[in-house]
Design a binder for this molecule. Structure first.
Ligand code: PLP
Length: 427
């Protein structure tokens, strides 16, 4: 599928059926794989031959779907994980350990914020959270001797700020660090961060990629462009022998195009077992086949709802980077010219209480800790997903206590607006 349009890659990428083989990606529901000699299996363990031996590390169905996501992002290697959380954890932990430091945009998904600020801190990894709209000087000043990576979200969940990927990539590269971008909200249909200098892309495939609320999952894609060997002292895990894996040096054996994902698979997936299920990968692939068609409709509905909210007297503010009045409109025009996503945030006049009344009166749009589903849903983060954060942290993360997040699904826009209108009338 190399020289085809991204639309065609969605439908046919990753898997080509041979003569008489199943047209749809087969679900290889097997934990293990048989070999006729111990020698043949030994070669797999030494990473000398390609093949499968145990589904905790790799499974053909999962690899097929990872290959499609790799094609969509324009990367050189990719892997699926059991969740988006696992993807972001592995993406960072693959190159940072105890005593290291990373820089992250302060405006990120609540689960990732917690992972970085609490759990990874316990593991000895320090994180500096930085305002994504900071100046280049402020960004450069955040780097330390032991900084190993920079992290941000293309469109932050739920604050919806658009990251200036080029600004972050430039600063990261000037300090010998890769830029990791969580591209969950736009998907590769609306933005391909590698084209703007990002080095690693992660996804919660649970969202638009699956798109139907059926399977939790994640993905990591490597651009193959970051030269680990040029900063070998910073990345010994990739550039020196791995004693836990027969002394393999990943960059030597697998090149820049394969080292990062091979290490994450052979070492981290082996030890941590955040393995995707073949059945989930199959469902994810069904979602990917229509991703390009759905993203256009999600964006169309999101913009229609945002425009309605913008003119409503009971609405204090609306955030949707596709709106001309939005603070991030210009960055969105640059990075997301075909549309951002179907998620819209707004504040109901009257704050926390008014927001609760609005939520309680919705009929068709469901209250859910979810976004990016074919069916529209709605959330008040301050009382749910972000409830462990202090008010200061909430505001720093761009999620004020009055913020309501609507994920516009694939229904008729007029029906979505009618539901929102009657719920606002009850406030
Ligand atoms: C949901 C989400 C995650 C976490 O993904 P899970 O699949 O729920 O583990 C990470 N990043 C972003 C931007 C998300 O929206």
């Amino acid at each position: 599928m190399k020289n085809t349009a991204i639309v065609t890659k969605c439908v046919q990428g990753g898997y080509q059926a041979g003569n008489g083989e199943p047209r749809q990606v087969p679900i290889i529901q097997s934990t293990t794989f048989r070999y006729t000699t111990g020698e043949a299996m030994g070669k797999l363990f030494d990473l000398e031959a390609n093949g499968y031996f145990y589904s905790r590390l790799q499974n053909p169905t999962c690899d097929t779907v990872a290959a499609k996501i790799c094609e969509l992002e324009g990367g050189t290697a990719a892997m699926l994980t059991s969740s988006g959380q696992a993807a972001n954890f592995l993406a960072v932990f693959n190159i940072a350990g105890c005593g290291d430091h990373i820089i992250s945009s302060a405006s990120i998904y609540g689960g990732t914020f917690n992972l970085f600020a609490v759990t990874m801190k316990k593991m000895g990894i320090e994180v500096t959270f930085i305002d994504p709209d900071c100046t280049e000087e402020e960004l450069n000043a955040a780097f330390r001797e032991n900084t190993k990576a920079v992290f941000g979200e293309t469109i932050a969940n739920p604050a919806l700020n658009v990251l200036d990927i080029e600004k972050f990539a430039k600063a990261a590269h000037a300090h010998g660090c890769p830029l990791i971008i969580d591209n969950t909200f736009p998907t590769p249909i609306n933005c391909r961060p590698f084209e703007w200098g990002a080095d690693i892309v992660t996804h919660s495939t649970t969202k638009y990629m699956d798109g139907h609320g059926t399977a939790v999952g994640g993905a990591i894609v490597d651009s193959g462009k970051f030269d680990w060997t040029a900063h070998a002292e910073k990345f010994p895990g990739l550039c020196t022998p791995d004693a836990s894996y027969h002394g393999v040096t990943y960059t030597e054996r697998f090149g820049l195009e394969g080292a990062y994902i091979t290490k994450a698979t052979a070492q981290l997936m082996r030890d941590l077992g955040v393995t995707p299920a073949p059945q989930s990968a199959f469902l994810l692939n069904l979602g990917l086949e229509s991703l390009h068609v759905r993203m256009a409709r999600h964006c169309e509905n999101g913009l229609a709802v945002a425009k309605f909210l913008e003119n409503h007297p009971k609405v204090e503010w609306v955030t949707c980077p596709m709106l001309e009045s939005d603070k991030y409109y210009e960055l969105a025009q640059k990075y997301l010219p075909n549309g951002a996503c179907g998620v819209v945030s707004f504040g109901v006049k009257g704050g926390r209480e008014a927001a609760a009344t609005f939520m309680a009166n919705l009929k068709m749009i469901a209250i859910e800790t979810h976004v990016a589903d074919a069916r529209s849903c709605c959330l008040h983060p301050a009382t749910t997903t972000h409830r462990q954060m202090t008010d200061e942290e909430l505001i720093a993360a761009g999620v004020g206590p009055d913020l309501v997040r609507v994920s516009c699904g694939l229904e008729d826009a007029a029906d979505l607006i009618a539901d929102i209108e009657q719920a606002l009338a009850a406030v």
